[in-house]
Design a binder for this molecule. Structure first.
Ligand code: RNT
Ligand code: ZN
Length: 422
């Protein structure tokens, strides 16, 4: 390894030319929580006591890399292993299908006690826990929908699930002392454009209303409403479209009900970075699902790519990073799952820090003076700034390993732990 400290000092001088305080940028990036999704560790299989763990709902993991976690203990151990190499504050994000009752408990009957192992673990580690209802991978989640289902018994079942989830979220908040961010996403849609496109959306609205009304006294919970453009098997129509979810959030006009923007949930030329300022014109916070769509909602591991960087640049330039709940959402089963977490979460933090290392105030001044040539010159200059030197130093300081130091340790864990899971 090169002299990381020396590199950092040189980079600091580079940034100082533009009045950028590197240590302050590091501090902000370090303290901004990222909610690490548990489901990368087991291909969204979950730990419910049931035979059929096949994934439905129009989402899919591909790949069969050996060593996936088979139960809650293994999953938590793997999360801890990945966390060693991810600098900065983290929360852990679990789904309702990660309950650990020792007998079958259906989704409309789940209770805080079924998540006690997660809670004890989070409290011991001093981290917050986020949560998600699981409206998929269940016999009552069919092509006829869940919260938007025309069959009243099915719709009610899923409303009950949503209610239980908000109660569980409150329990997480009370135990960990940190707000629980819940993401509500339903796979409801249709392979063909339905004749009646309105009624499913009206039922979905009614269901969300019922969930929130029944749990209006719940405290410490923030609710993201996640839209989507299409899912596998529901290619032509999604009840919870962008317009639906945006409409729902704006009309609800409640601090705890916010939009979830998943980077993979739009048409391929549409980007989340271009939507943020419109949303922040009308709401105070958003929930992000950071992911990498390759041609479709493929949920590839987050890259340090243009769009991820653009999302964080937008948030920093608007001074809205502090008002954004950052969560990751990807599931790649074709590579070492711990490496997937480390790469994706490090890239998320990297994009955040890189955005903070730009002379935003100066660029805003230049723009206010309408010096459009200087504006472009500044924007381009920072694409090749010595960011890696700051990043390495930050990772080394946090004991998360500079450069690729983490890789050999993850490979050793694969040999010692994952390879034995047969
Ligand atoms: C699906 C949504 C949703 C899920 C997770 C597992 O398209 O992105 O957020 O990925 O809840
Ligand atoms: Zn998502």
């Amino acid at each position: 390894m090169y002299d990381v400290k020396k590199g950092y000092e040189a980079a600091k001088e580079f940034y100082a030319q533009y009045g950028i305080d590197v240590d302050k940028a590091i501090e902000i990036a370090d303290k901004t929580p990222i909610s690490m999704h548990c489901w990368q560790g087991d291909d969204v299989a979950g730990t419910e006591c049931k035979e059929d763990k096949s994934l439905t709902g129009g989402i899919q993991t591909t790949g069969n890399y050996p060593g996936k976690a088979r139960n809650g203990e293994e999953l938590r151990a793997d999360i801890e292993e990945a966390m060693k190499f991810i600098p900065g504050e983290l929360k852990v994000n679990i789904h309702a299908n990660y309950q650990e009752a020792d007998h079958f408990v259906d989704r409309n009957e789940i209770a805080p006690e079924h998540f006690q192992k997660w809670v004890d673990w989070a409290v011991e580690k001093g981290i917050g826990l986020d949560f998600n209802p699981t409206y998929f991978a269940h016999p009552k989640s069919t092509e006829r929908g869940t919260l938007s289902c025309a069959d009243e018994n099915t719709r009610k079942f899923w409303v009950e699930h949503g209610i239980k989830c908000r109660e569980i979220g409150e329990y997480f908040y009370k135990k960990t002392g940190k707000p629980c961010v819940i993401n509500h996403w339903t796979p409801d849609g249709d392979k063909e454009v339905p004749v009646d496109t309105l009624a499913p959306r009206q039922r979905l609205k009614k269901s969300y209303d019922e969930i929130f009304e029944a749990t209006k006294d719940v405290e410490g919970v923030i609710d993201g409403i996640e839209s989507k453009v299409f899912g596998i098997g529901a290619e032509s129509y999604t009840a919870g479209s962008h317009e639906f979810c945006m409409g729902y959030v704006m009309k609800a006009n409640k601090d705890h009900i916010i939009m979830t923007l998943d980077a993979g949930h739009y048409h391929p030329t549409e980007v989340v970075s271009a939507k943020l300022s419109s949303i922040f014109t009308f709401t105070d916070s958003v929930l992000l699902h950071v992911t990498r769509p390759v041609r479709w909602d493929s949920d590839h591991v987050v890259g340090f790519d243009d769009e991820t960087k653009a999302i964080f640049e937008e948030l920093v330039r608007m001074d809205k990073l502090k008002d954004t709940y950052v969560a990751t959402d990807f599931f790649d089963a074709s590579i070492n799952r711990i490496a997937a977490w480390v790469i994706g979460l490090r890239n998320t933090r990297k994009a955040m820090l890189a955005a903070l290392l730009q002379p935003v105030d100066k660029m805003k001044e230049i723009e206010a003076d309408w010096d459009v040539s200087a504006r472009l010159a500044y924007k381009e200059e920072f694409k090749a700034a010595p960011f890696a030197m700051v990043w390495d130093y930050y990772c080394a300081q946090q004991n998360a390993g500079a450069g690729l130091d983490w890789l050999k340790e993850v490979q050793a864990y694969e040999k010692e732990v994952l390879a034995k899971r047969v």
